[in-house]
Write a protein that binds this ligand. Structure first.
Ligand code: GAL
Length: 809
């Protein structure tokens, strides 16, 4: 009797404990596996064995891109199109121990991306190879691991030697994050949840959750899967439990259904996020916990009305971006991505196209959090190549897996609303395009039916476009066809449309060529040598130059802004990127297409967009005011929320100008004299904004302006410091190109330097940089310790700049 009583007491206590398990109780350990790696360039096949000696290899932390550390050369097989930086083969090794109790766990390793041909061994066992450098992958390690005092060794061979394999800079190495996952033997599968919101009204949202559960080592067990939806404040809003039995080695999918009362919707202005915490119990023991982001929103593409989010019509105002982070190369850093998104948000961008490959997961997390709509793109090539060693080489064997993995990895991000199965794919021009499109769309739809599938097309004659002929796309994307857009509703009756890629306008920050009102297309044809151009390989930053297949920023925006049927557009590109330095040959080595330069400094067209795409009051006047006496200088102003702008030079009016018709700027042609330009925008006769541009005197000092003075002491966080060469009054000297040297002390290190000049051959990893058109950039990273970072910037004959940053835990 006594025994029976104790048994029930025990059950009662256990049940109580189980019910007490809060959604934030943890069993799964997600271990940042980026530190303590050894690296060596070249091929080292013996490095797979655990006793291989790496004492002379370099120690580093991931993410790591060895290409960005190299010197530029025209002779590198990557070519200037690929950034003119070295590629080749490199090896990484990491030794680690696991406690004995980890024997009772399932353990796997996750790689977010290895460029390219990442081949992985654990303790001498080959786990596999992943050719596609943008795909995320994982390997189960449990059966090969040692525990206790015995060491484990991971070895990764990265082979980026086959070149050229890309039309842009890729980077080389384990350039994205790596994690080790330790969890119970019964657990949620890798990428093992799928959350959807089939019905949304003001009063409630229904949420469906599919959970894939696996038993990897217990005899038949009674399991409970409990999922809890938490709001942004961490309050529980709904919960579901599901019981099941799984035998050893079995896995299953379960469906859970929830109702969220009075849902707060995710939008680009208010990106409200819930999350779902899924816990798996074997009997009463917590075996795993897993988090899934949840945004409640609905959207629609309409052939006549374009795009709407949560029932509100809006235009997708997007930019395309490649994945490199300028001076940091391809090596992922969340703060660097966040800074880019902040700069774009400020300009009014509300969407990102991940040209032309799966992005880093951190980009998607940030788009969820900051409110960007994402077009997540899978491929730049299918079977037919664009360059010799691109991914067509492994299309047959890998395309299904690469596409499936992209959808499985990314389908819970509320920011994603479009899947793109390709960019300017060669197969659009022949009938093979039909079957491949159908196959790829089938793959996507087998894993997600809640987004539209699109493809960025260039052939706009319907009968000649075989991807269109497949009739499998939900949304037709067109690149560079703004002159034909008007005809599209007739050519493609009933189809939904978006301008997936546009402009390809060219500019160098701070470069102004006259006259500014002639439009130039460079190069006129692929095989024609460049006929005009600046000797220093710069391009005018007046919006007057574009690639011949594109347009200036103003041309395309004017044509799209009033086309209701066009869901939106993506500008090529938000930021300059490494590689593809059209229109110039080497030493040009990075692109001119960005609205923002490689260092993150906006070019002038940034403010045209800002005046059109935001509700902020804008008055931007350029160029600088340091010219030759008597020279005719074109002064442009972008403005909004005003009827007119009046310009004054040294107090004298140069006249009032108004935008007429579809104008997006006003211009004055002014005989130069030094002094002060002053512009005033007015509405109903009342001054709205005033801007002054001063003639700068001689360079006298270096100034340092960090984007953040206090950063996290986590060995990852960054401060981006703008370095200006200024006259005594603090005006930036617009043509200054002084060499600046940096000294740094305390809890920080230099991660990179840049100045945005597309033809600079200075290294990005250095403690010096020449200013370009008055400025350069210093990127500083915290060490792991809290404290101060003192930075001093010196330049010959100039007063040095000094700042102190703080790193905090
Ligand atoms: C497009 C292509 C982009 C980029 C751009 C340059 O045709 O999709 O990847 O090459 O041209 O203008």
């Amino acid at each position: 009797m006594h025994r029976v009583k104790s048994f029930f007491l025990l059950l009662f206590v256990l049940a109580l404990c189980w019910n007490c398990t809060a959604p934030d109780d943890k069993e799964r350990q997600v271990i940042d596996f980026n530190s303590g790696w050894h690296f060596q360039l070249g091929d080292h096949p013996n490095a797979i064995s655990a006793d291989f000696d790496v004492s002379n290899w370099r120690e580093l932390n991931l993410p790591h891109d060895w290409s960005i550390e190299g010197d530029f050369s025209e002779d590198h097989p990557t070519k200037p199109e690929g950034g003119a930086l070295p590629a080749g083969i490199g090896w990484y090794r990491k030794a680690f121990r696991l406690p004995t109790e980890a024997k009772e766990q399932s353990i796997w390793i996750e790689f977010d991306g290895v460029y390219r041909n990442g081949e992985v061994w654990i303790n001498g066992h080959r786990l596999g190879i992943r050719p596609n450098g943008y795909s995320s992958f994982k390997y189960d390690l449990s059966e090969f691991l040692n525990y206790g005092d015995d060491v484990n060794v991971l070895a990764v061979r990265v082979d980026n030697s086959q070149q050229p394999n890309s039309r842009w800079y890729t980077g080389s190495g384990i350039y994205r994050n790596v994690r080790l996952i330790r969890t119970g033997k019964v657990h949620v599968e890798h990428w093992g949840t799928y959350v959807t919101t089939p019905e949304i009204t003001d009063s409630s949202a229904s949420v469906n959750m599919e959970v894939m559960v696996k038993n990897e080592g217990f005899n038949e067990r009674n399991l409970t899967v409990r999922s809890t939806i938490l709001d942004a404040e961490g309050e529980e809003v709904a919960q579901e439990e599901h019981s099941l039995t799984l035998g050893n080695g079995e896995s299953t999918d379960i469906m859970q259904h929830f109702t969220v009362p009075s849902p707060k919707l995710w939008s680009t202005e208010q990106p409200y996020l819930y999350k779902v915490v899924t816990q798996v119990f074997a009997g009463m023991q917590l075996m795993d916990d897993y988090q899934t982001p949840l945004g409640i929103r609905y959207f629609e593409f309409d052939a006549k009305e374009g795009f709407s989010l949560n029932g509100k019509p809006m235009k997708i105002l997007g930019v395309c971006n490649h994945h490199d982070l300028g001076a940091l190369g391809a090596a992922v850093n969340k703060r660097a991505i966040e800074r880019r998104l902040e700069i774009l948000k400020e300009m009014g961008v509300n969407a990102i196209r991940t040209a032309h490959n799966p992005p880093a997961p951190e980009l998607l997390e940030l788009c969820d959090e900051m409110g960007f709509i994402v077009q997540d793109e899978a491929f730049d090539v299918w079977k037919k190549k664009k360059v010799d060693a691109d991914s067509h080489l492994f299309w047959e064997e890998w395309h299904r897996r690469d596409l499936e993995d992209l959808i499985l990895r990314d389908r819970n991000h509320p920011s994603i609303m479009m899947w793109s199965i390709g960019n300017e794919i060669r197969e659009q021009f022949d009938s093979t395009g039909i079957s491949i499109t159908k196959e790829l769309v089938r793959i996507v739809k087998s894993l997600d039916t809640t987004r539209v599938v699109t493809c960025a097309l260039t052939e706009n004659i319907p009968s000649k476009n075989f991807i269109y002929q497949s009739k499998a796309l939900d949304l037709l994307g067109f690149n560079y066809k703004h002159k034909d857009h008007k005809k599209f509703p007739k050519w493609y009756p009933g189809e939904k449309l978006i301008a997936t890629e546009n402009m390809s306008a060219l500019a160098t920050r701070g470069q102004y060529d006259f006259p500014s009102d002639t439009v130039m297309r460079w190069p006129q044809a692929h095989d024609k040598p460049l006929e005009t151009g600046n000797d220093d390989l710069t391009v005018s930053a007046y919006d007057q130059v574009s690639a011949y297949w594109g347009s200036t920023h103003e041309e395309t925006w004017k044509s799209i802004k009033d086309q209701d049927f066009m869901a939106g557009l993506f500008v090529w590109t938000g930021f300059d990127y490494l590689g593809e330095p059209i229109p110039y040959p080497y030493p040009a080595r990075s692109s001119y297409f960005g609205i923002v330069d490689l260092a993150g400094f906006p070019k002038d067209s940034y403010y045209m967009y800002k005046s059109e795409w935001t509700s902020d009051t804008v008055l931007h006047v350029f160029p600088h005011w340091n010219w030759e006496e008597g020279q005719e200088v074109d002064v442009w102003a972008y403005y909004n929320q005003a009827d007119e702008v009046e310009l004054f030079l040294n107090g004298e009016s140069l006249g009032t100008k108004k935008k007429v018709g579809d104008d997006l700027h006003v211009m004055w042609r002014v005989p130069y004299e030094p002094g002060t330009l002053r512009a005033v925008s007015r509405k109903d006769g009342k001054a709205i904004l005033e801007k002054k541009v001063f003639t700068a005197g001689d360079a006298q000092k270096v100034t340092l302006n960090p984007d953040r003075k206090i950063i996290k002491a986590d060995g990852k966080d960054l401060s981006f410091i703008t370095v200006n060469i200024c006259d005594m009054d603090g005006n930036m000297v617009p043509n200054a190109n002084n060499m600046v040297n940096f000294e740094i002390q305390g809890e920080g290190k230099i991660m990179g330097v840049d100045n945005g000049y597309q033809a600079s051959l200075e290294p990005f990893k250095a403690n010096y940089r020449k200013a370009f058109n008055g400025k350069c950039l210093l990127i500083v990273q915290s060490t792991g310790e809290a404290g101060n970072i003192s930075i001093r910037a010196t330049a010959e004959h100039l007063q040095p700049g000094e700042i102190v940053l703080e790193t905090v835990d």
